[in-house]
Design a protein around this ligand. Structure first.
Ligand code: SAM
Length: 281
């Protein structure tokens, strides 16, 4: 019999949010994998329990730890995974250990609980039926531009994590690419003493001296009434190329303006003649 890999959610602020089953699992597992032993140690102390063994699981160690976890599971021992706060595997380590457990033929089970993204989404007042989780945006470069372009074209509600020292810049970038009319909700310090939810449009939003932890929730792009045909996409691409944009940038620009997937625009733009070819008689 193989053991079970337990993915255990921990509080994102309020220590009262730990589930009784999480407590039992952390106490009974042969190994608790955590991001920071001191931080998890404090949680365990608060719960009045002592873990049998702790191992550090972060971007640098998760790969090596996967082998140890697979061995423990194969020996029939249970292993728990926690992150510093919230649900492991959601913008936090955990995914590699899940792969290792699946490959070892072990059961993978969640002990659900706090997740900042879900708390911010359900309190935002924005549509919850369909949403996408974007996690943290890349900090700079083409990768960031591409992700922002995808967000601008997205019709579902979008959830983002952001650090306090980068939130003003990210909100400015979102305003530029999505337009100021877009509805937004910011969940700050959720479950903590100074919890607040700020609902606004991107243009009207003011954050003074950002402090604490933030989740950004943005309304999806409204669907336009007009039907977008392949011909209209090709026309828009031709116009973008004639403005001197590269094929890649033209595809991103048209995808954003017409609210279509970037891939669709890209597939068509690679069939278009380049501006030089268009000018050749
Ligand atoms: N796995 C975690 C979860 O389930 O929510 C998220 C981990 S991620 C490394 C940390 C980010 O989550 C923070 O930068 C912030 O964007 C968001 N976050 C965590 N706790 C929060 C809180 N109490 N209020 C608002 N946002 C929070």
């Amino acid at each position: 019999m193989t053991g079970t890999l337990w993915l255990v959610a921990t509080p994102i602020g309020n220590l009262g949010d730990i589930a009784p089953r999480a407590r039992e699992t952390l106490e009974q597992s042969a190994l608790v994998c955590c991001e920071d032993t001191r931080r998890t140690g404090r949680l365990l102390q608060h719960l009045g329990i002592t873990a049998r063994a702790l191992a550090v699981c972060n971007d640098h160690t998760e790969h090596r730890l996967a082998e140890r976890v697979a061995n423990e599971l194969a020996a029939g021992h249970d292993v728990a995974v926690v992150s510093d706060a919230g649900t492991p595997g959601i913008s936090d380590p955990g995914e590699r250990l899940v792969h290792a457990a699946i490959n070892a033929g072990a059961t993978v089970s969640a002990i659900p609980g706090a997740c900042a993204a879900i708390s911010a989404l359900i309190t935002s007042g924005l549509p919850t039926e369909r949403f996408v989780m974007e996690g943290f945006l890349p900090r700079r470069g083409q990768e960031r531009t591409d992700r922002l372009t995808d967000i601008a074209a997205e019709h579902r509600t979008i959830v983002l994590y952001e650090a306090p020292h980068r939130i003003v810049r990210t909100l400015a970038d979102l305003t530029e690419i999505c337009g100021g009319d877009r509805q937004i909700s910011i969940g700050r310090e959720l479950t903590k003493l100074h919890e607040e939810t700020i609902r606004s449009t991107l243009a009207e939003l003011r954050l003074e001296e950002p402090r604490g932890e933030y989740v950004i929730v943005i309304a999806g792009r409204p669907r336009e009434q007009q039907t977008i045909t392949e011909e209209s996409i090709r026309d828009a691409l031709e116009e973008a190329l004639s403005r001197g944009l590269s094929r890649r940038d033209a595809a991103a620009d048209v995808a954003r303006r017409l609210g279509i997937p970037r891939r669709q625009a890209y597939d068509l733009v690679i069939q278009s003649p380049s501006p030089q070819e268009m000018n050749t008689p």
